[in-house]
Design a protein around this ligand. Structure first.
Ligand code: ZN
Ligand code: ZN
Length: 82
């Protein structure tokens, strides 16, 4: 048996991976996986110490720090990757 995802891929259609919980869809399976792992039904768990920013994904949080608080990058990376 093929999964719907495999069939979509074979048909060359725009391949959408939908979350079973909330219905959000992603073009890439890894994006859906990240969504389910970190976002779906979850409160943001990465809170910036330097501003009110809250992120649901570590990578978003790190990108935020890199962009907005370059001077704190080193210490944030140290704690984020403990
Ligand atoms: Zn979801
Ligand atoms: Zn911040």
């Amino acid at each position: 048996m093929f999964t719907l995802e495999q069939i979509n891929a074979m048909m060359g259609q725009q391949c959408l991976f939908a979350c079973k919980e909330c219905g959000r869809s992603y073009k890439r399976k890894s994006s859906l996986y990240n969504h389910m792992r970190w976002e779906c039904g979850k409160e943001p768990q990465f809170k910036c110490s330097y501003c009110p920013y809250k992120g649901k994904q570590k990578i978003h949080f790190i990108m935020h720090v890199m962009a907005k608080h370059k001077e704190h990058k080193a210490e944030v990376l140290n704690t984020a990757y403990k």
